[in-house]
Design a protein around this ligand. Structure first.
Ligand code: CS2
Length: 498
């Protein structure tokens, strides 16, 4: 039987030899980074890069203080606290090899919903140099069709009326920066790590819209003094399953209540725009570049869009994971065709990257049979993903006369998913989306009006007015509603109709 060690600072030395653990002195670290949104992705990406940096350089000022803003973050807060903020990163290689790494870069955690002032005080602490964010694509609070800040959001309304008791990320950042300015300190950099095109510019635009309403003088200071580097972030990080937790304990002897699993690949391309110093992440594999635009467009429109293509079509077909989809030749061919015929023609060349190789490597990464990335995760919050991942490819192709039929089937599948909530064989598909009701209502109008779903303006903008697109889309909807065996429509798109 394997001896089992409950993970915490004291037990680190008792872990099995095969588990790598921090060799730096964690008690010497201070938190130069405050991170909002400590989900799996932050823990497999920024915290992992930072762990590597602490290991390689002996820097002490770049520990991370995690922050959760919602009551729902209490679980991670409690678990991390009990484990002295340590957790295991389980890296799953495609050949079955597993690397277990205990990550030590997170050294504290605060729950904003318990004590907002403590969080904004921490933001105003001189030692805090960067506030980084993974708040999901939906967290930026803009109206998808117009890109403008949504002042109707109840949390935003609350924060405008109660500046000292914020709930939203924008309320927190504004209150933290206000304290910092009052103390005469240099501001912190705000660093987005979400999959949004120009994520730094977007954060800046949204924060300024909020701050201008609350305190125009402060907003001007933010505008002039705060840096918001854009970045492309990448590492596939599926949802941790009970099985991952059990295997870690039974086969590797680590009792960790919330480990994170991920693929071996990782990439982080960042604009070198920091107003108060930064870690030397380039020493551990990150890339600093003057303009990140081509990297982020490539990643969002190939990787994330590719995920959504498989997520929507695969769910209707009855597949459940990404690797299962790419092991199906029809799905692999469809994905490649979407990438080659629709996504690539509207991408700019990316210096130093061969797009053909990049696409090959994506299909390989998606195929990693140990990652088991669930389509349910991919289809979460699609209303804030597809407008960033796929719809820009459609609209740009429409402007240039390019093909849109592969993407059109994805939208038709999304309509079917939102309307019926079942696969072709009647297996239930959960809709987890902030816009669940609107999506369902619009999609269920399809029976009487074929374009009902597409007319959901906050998601699709003016797509329903494009005649060429709507003709194809209507045909696909008719066929799919007549026979939900989506593989027939995929085959027809690839090989033509008889
Ligand atoms: C996924 C991403 O959420 C999604 O739909 O495409 O989480 C993806 O796995 C990551 O961006 C990979 O870097």
């Amino acid at each position: 039987m394997t001896a089992v060690t409950r993970l915490n600072q004291e037990s680190l030395s008792e872990l099995p030899e095969s588990v790598s653990r921090p060799t730096y002195d964690r008690s010497k670290l201070s938190a130069g980074i405050l991170h909002i949104g400590v989900g799996g992705f932050h823990r497999s990406h920024e915290a992992w890069y930072t762990n590597k940096l602490l290991e390689a350089t002996g820097a002490t000022q770049w520990g991370i203080c995690g922050v959760g803003l919602r009551e729902a973050d209490r679980k991670i807060a409690d678990i991390l606290k009990k484990q002295d903020y340590l957790y295991t990163l389980i890296i799953k290689h495609p050949d079955g090899k597993i690397e277990n790494q205990v990550i030590g870069s997170i050294i504290d955690f605060m729950l904003g919903s318990d004590d907002p002032a403590a969080v904004t005080d921490r933001m105003a602490d001189e030692k805090t140099k960067i506030v980084s964010l993974t708040i999901t694509e939906g967290g930026y609070n803009f109206k998808p069709a117009t890109g403008e800040f949504n002042f109707k959001n109840p949390e935003v309304k609350h924060d405008l009326a109660n500046p000292n008791e914020p709930k939203s990320v924008f309320g927190f950042l504004t209150a933290g920066l206000k304290k910092r300015r009052a103390a005469g300190l240099t501001p912190f950099t705000i660093q987005s790590c979400d999959n949004i095109q120009h994520n730094g510019d977007m954060t800046r635009k949204m924060l300024l819209a909020f701050a201008r309403k609350q305190d125009p003088v402060l907003a001007e200071w933010i505008e002039n003094e705060v840096c918001f580097p854009n970045a492309m972030v990448d590492r596939i990080t599926p949802v941790t399953t009970p099985d991952d937790i059990e295997t870690l304990e039974n086969e590797h002897g680590i009792k960790d209540k919330w480990p994170v699993t991920c693929e071996p690949f990782s990439q982080w391309v960042i604009e070198d725009k920091f107003c108060n110093g930064r870690p030397e992440w380039e020493k551990v594999g990150a890339q600093f570049v003057p303009d990140v635009t081509p990297y982020e467009t490539m990643k969002i429109r190939l990787l994330n869009a590719g995920h959504s293509v498989l997520g929507m079509l695969g769910s209707i077909h009855g597949h459940t994971t990404i690797d299962e989809c790419v092991a199906d030749p029809l799905f692999a061919a469809y994905l490649r065709r979407f990438m080659d015929f629709e996504a690539t023609p509207v991408l700019d060349p990316v210096e130093g990257i061969d797009l053909e190789q990049y696409k090959d490597s994506l299909i390989e990464r998606f195929g990693n049979p140990y990652i088991k990335d669930s389509l349910a995760r991919i289809c979460l919050e699609s209303s804030s993903k597809l407008p960033k991942f796929i719809i820009p490819t459609i609209t740009e192709n429409l402007e240039l006369g390019g093909s849109t039929e592969y993407a059109a089937l994805v939208i038709a599948a999304w309509c079917y998913y939102s309307d019926k909530g079942v696969s072709k064989d009647g297996v239930k598909l959960e809709i987890v989306d902030d816009m669940k009701e609107e999506l369902h209502k619009a999609a269920s109008g399809t029976a009487s009006s074929k374009l009902s779903f597409l007319k959901l303006k906050p998601v699709f903008g003016n797509l329903a007015q494009n005649k060429g697109f709507t003709e194809d889309y209507t045909c696909l909807i008719n066929s799919l509603y007549e026979n939900p065996d989506i593989s027939l429509l995929m085959q027809a798109a690839l090989f033509g109709r008889d």
